[in-house]
Every structure is written in C-alpha cells, then in structure tokens.
Design a protein around this ligand. Structure first.
Ligand code: SF4
Ligand code: SF4
Length: 281
C-alpha cells in the first residue's frame, strides 16, 4: 500500500487510562508493531517472587504469590531508574537495589473477625514510587486469627515473559471507515439504522447520516440493505490505535516506550547485519 505523504498523528481521546490516536500515512505493519510492542515489550514493574514468613490463611503460598504478581505497580519512575529485565536475571540480582524494589505485607484478622486483605496493604519498603496503582484489589480473605506476612520483590519485566509485566491491558489498531450512501438508491427505510450495533447511522434531515468514527466494520448495514445503497470501505493509509493502560504507566508513555523498543530492536538488528558485512568483507 502506498504510504507516501507526511505522517500525521492526531490524539482523538486521552485520559489517565487510555489514549486513542488517528494515524495517517504511517505503514500498517509499523502501527501493528507499536501495538504489539505495547503489549509485549514495554517494561513495567511487577512482583517477581515472594518470601513468605507466615501464611495461616486457607490459600496456598503459590496462589497468593500469583495474585500479588498480577497487581499493577506504578512504574512511571521505575522505567527510568531500574535496570532492564535482561540485566536482573542472575540470583545475585535479588540484592541489587537497581533491579528489585521490595514491598511488605503484614495482615492479621482479629479473633472474631473475617478480614479481606487488599492491595493497599502492600507497603513499599525500598522505593516509595513502586506501589500498587489501586488499593482495592483483593488478595486473600483471612478467617478469625489467621495471619499473613510476606516480602515481595518487584522488578522490571516485559509482557513477552509474563502478562503481569504488560503495562497495556488493551492494544488495538483498526481501519478507519468510509461509509458512502447512494441518495438515488436509499429509500430511508431505516433497516440499517436499526441493525447498526454502535449507533453509527441515523436518519436526519431527510437523509441517512453516517458517523465513521463509531463504525466497527461489522457490515450489518450492508447485509440488511435490500437496495445496495450503502458502501463500506476502509480509508487508505489511515488507522486508529487504541491503548488502554493497567495504570502501571500513563497510556502515552506506553506508546512512546513502544516506539523506543522498536528502535532498540532495529538497532540490534542493524548492528548484527553490520557484523555480518564486516565478517564477510
Ligand atoms: S437499509 Fe439501505 S435503503 Fe434502508 S436506510 Fe439503510 S441504506 Fe437506505
Ligand atoms: S458496518 Fe456495522 S458499525 Fe459500521 S455502520 Fe454498518 S452496521 Fe454500523
């Protein structure tokens, strides 16, 4: 597909948890690479392993460890300060403060109490910036007199290793719709309006009006129109990229870091190729 023309990026929506971009004249494989890098290669903090000191709850250590691992941890500062995951694989890295941040959890139910332990009770010990992004993730329910005490070690990781390290919960790229209606053929019967699941079509001022932004390409309108009055196409060289964050990183940070990860991979590829050339020469 011809992508010649100035690349354009427009922010359609932005909040603390998601960003929606309109991309023009950027090759689709590159848009898809950013999407995949957002899910699999952008590093963020998550609990890697746990030392249990006490656990008299009904749940096994492994189940609690798995739950704690899935709690998103704030990583905006951490991605600038901690070593890359590849540098923290050795056992001795456990004691390296540039690899691991430690969090503590101590909770006990009273003798007549049933207590739910939430992520808010996971306290940062070595780095106040690395903490659960929300306090309301339930971890375990303690029965009367039960106790849990543990030390959790968090490090940077990537979604490709385990999804708990992915800062993006949703990363979607889509085409942009171009809905055309033939005035001659459209009888304004309203069937397409009734069948459209997203409300992208409406009859207004004696004509059928389409909102391209709402279209999901389900093609229901094309199927139900008995007069072939509606044509659905994708606009050439225009795409949407939607990224939703777990809260570990700002959604715009995820996009920027995803692009950096692609550049990093290309740099590695380039240096390997140059190595082949030198060896061959
Ligand atoms: S179903 Fe076809 S004829 Fe009916 S309003 Fe839609 S486009 Fe027009
Ligand atoms: S393709 Fe689906 S979402 Fe788009 S306008 Fe037609 S019915 Fe609505």
């Amino acid at each position: 597909m011809n992508n010649e023309g100035k690349p354009e990026i427009k922010v359609l929506e932005k909040s603390g948890t998601h960003v929606k971009l309109h991309l023009k004249n950027i090759p689709l494989p590159l848009v898809n690479a950013v999407r995949r890098a957002a899910l699999e290669y952008v590093p963020s903090m998550a609990v890697d392993f746990i030392y249990f000191r006490t656990n008299t709850s009904v749940l096994h250590d492994e189940i609690i460890a798995h739950r704690i691992g899935l709690i998103p941890l704030s990583s905006e500062e951490a991605i600038k300060r901690y070593k890359q995951p590849e540098e923290c694989k050795e056992p001795e890295a456990e004691n390296d403060p540039e690899c691991y941040a430690i969090l503590m959890l101590e909770a006990e139910a009273g003798e007549d109490e049933v207590k739910t332990v939430y992520s808010g009770e996971l306290r940062p010990i070595t780095d106040p910036n690395v903490k659960p992004v929300t306090e309301r993730v339930p971890i375990v329910v303690l029965g009367p007199g039960q106790r849990i005490e543990l030390e959790a070690y968090a490090r940077l990781g990537r979604g490709v290793e385990h999804i708990k390290w992915s800062p993006a919960t949703v990363a979607v790229s889509t085409y942009v719709a171009d809905i055309r209606v033939s005035k001659e053929d459209c009888t304004l019967c309203g069937a397409c309006v009734r069948y459209c699941p997203t409300g992208a079509l409406r009859i207004e001022g004696g004509k059928l009006v389409a909102d391209n932004d709402k279209c999901t390409f389900c093609r229901q309108c094309v199927r139900v129109c008995e007069h072939d009055a509606i044509t659905l196409r994708a606009r050439p060289n225009e795409y949407r990229l939607y990224i939703e964050s777990s809260g570990a990183l700002k959604p715009e940070t995820i996009v920027v870091e995803a692009v950096k990860e692609i550049i990093r991979k290309l740099d590695t590829l380039l240096s390997r190729i140059e190595g082949i050339e030198e060896a061959g020469g």
